[in-house]
Design a protein around this ligand. Structure first.
Ligand SMILES: Cc1cc2nc3c(=O)[nH]c(=O)nc-3n(C[C@H](O)[C@H](O)[C@H](O)COP(=O)(O)O)c2cc1C
Length: 353
């Protein structure tokens, strides 16, 4: 593990010559193309051009303050303008360098090498057939590649069973074409590519927030299977990040979840709630220590802030409500998931005890 850290570092001047080999650029080998070629006779689909965007005027501070990972998407379709906006903000091409050595885009890239391609799995975009597409940034158009069967199930499974990924109207797949950066930077390229990728990721988060769409970076995906689905060779081009995008539902406020007014809470009331609560496959252990209540799920433990003696705020479990019987025993435990704002009954006395 510690060996792998090295790729995040750079070199001192005196080590540079020893560690960094002669590059293909220094060997006068011509640079690779900055967009993956596609068949000459392919029919490309027009996108809305950036000068015609009517959306995306949200002030930066609102975008920054509201940005978060959003994992629940409504059934709404995305419009072509929304999709065009997201593609432009993440990989829009502003100009090709006259030298032929790189491109300027709406996002920075080390040496202007821009070592990425954008693939889209489209589920629900107005006017587009579902399937796999690629963004052709040089002409700001879309290339249809193929249909994908059982999209929701396939994409969910390939994301380590994170089912919400397959439910999004559009899923971005960014691939790296490392040689574009290696051509100049050789062994230094990989740190730069990782940084470049972070810029894409944040740009998509910000662009989504600007037009009230939600997204979540997905680092957990099955590399070889996803590459196969996208018809990539996994050596010269492979997926590096996945991003589902969609409209997000109105968020439930924690205060809407709670039934009782806020009140002071005594330690003895908190300790009555201690126990292991189980329903279906959910197991939540409620622990009381140092005058505070904690929820433990697997190895993960989080403290709760009492709202009153039976209602608590958390982070992973956004809120928890205990319902007591007349003799003070826990009858039901209901949680509000922070992941997707759904309410879930995780314990019911008659079923579990
Ligand atoms: C590179 C990267 C990979 C991530 N992978 C996942 C993932 O596989 N599943 C997931 O639910 N969230 C994933 N996330 C989202 C993080 O969990 C999230 O950004 C973090 O908890 C902070 O929350 P926020 O984005 O709402 O501020 C990833 C984020 C990044 C930047």
């Amino acid at each position: 593990m510690k060996e792998n850290r090295k790729f995040l570092q750079f070199f001192d001047n005196e080590d540079y010559e020893k560690e960094v080999p002669e590059s293909d650029e220094q060997k006068k080998i011509p640079p690779p193309p900055f967009e993956r070629p596609y068949p000459k006779d392919a029919i490309l689909i027009d996108l809305v051009s950036p000068e015609d965007f009517k959306i995306g005027k949200t002030p930066l501070l609102n975008i920054v303050n509201n940005r978060k990972s959003r994992r629940k998407y409504t059934d709404d379709l995305l419009t072509l303008e929304e999709l065009s906006f997201l593609l432009w903000c993440t990989q829009g091409l502003k100009k090709e360098l006259k030298s032929g050595l790189g491109v300027r885009r709406t996002v920075p890239s080390s040496g202007a090498k821009s070592p990425f391609e954008t693939y889209l799995v489209i589920n629900r975009v107005k006017g587009l057939d579902p399937g796999l597409y690629r963004y052709i940034s040089f002409s700001h158009k879309l290339l249809f590649i193929k249909e994908i069967k059982d999209v929701e199930k396939t994409i969910g499974e390939l994301s380590y069973n994170q089912k919400f990924v397959g439910k999004a109207p559009v899923i971005f797949y960014w691939t790296a074409v490392p040689y574009r950066t290696e051509w100049r930077y050789t062994v230094l390229a990989h740190k730069f590519i990782a940084i470049d990728l972070g810029l894409l990721c944040q740009s998509l988060y910000m662009a989504c927030e600007a037009i009230k769409l939600g997204t979540c970076a997905i680092g957990y995906y099955e590399q070889n299977k996803v590459d196969k689905l996208l018809e990539l060779d996994t050596k010269d081009e492979f997926v590096v990040l996945v991003h589902p995008v969609g409209k997000y539902p109105k968020e439930k406020k924690v205060t809407e979840f709670f039934k009782n007014p806020q009140a002071k809470v005594k330690s003895e009331d908190l300790s009555k709630l201690v126990g292991t609560y189980t329903k279906d496959k959910s197991v939540v252990e409620i622990i009381f220590k140092e005058d505070q209540l904690f929820a433990k799920i697997g190895d993960y433990e989080e403290p709760f802030t009492p709202y009153n003696e039976t209602e608590f705020e958390g982070e992973y479990l956004k809120a928890v409500r205990f319902i007591l019987s007349s003799d003070g025993k826990v009858e039901k435990v209901i949680i509000l998931n922070s992941h997707d704002d759904t309410t879930e009954l995780i314990y019911q006395e008659s079923e579990s005890s």
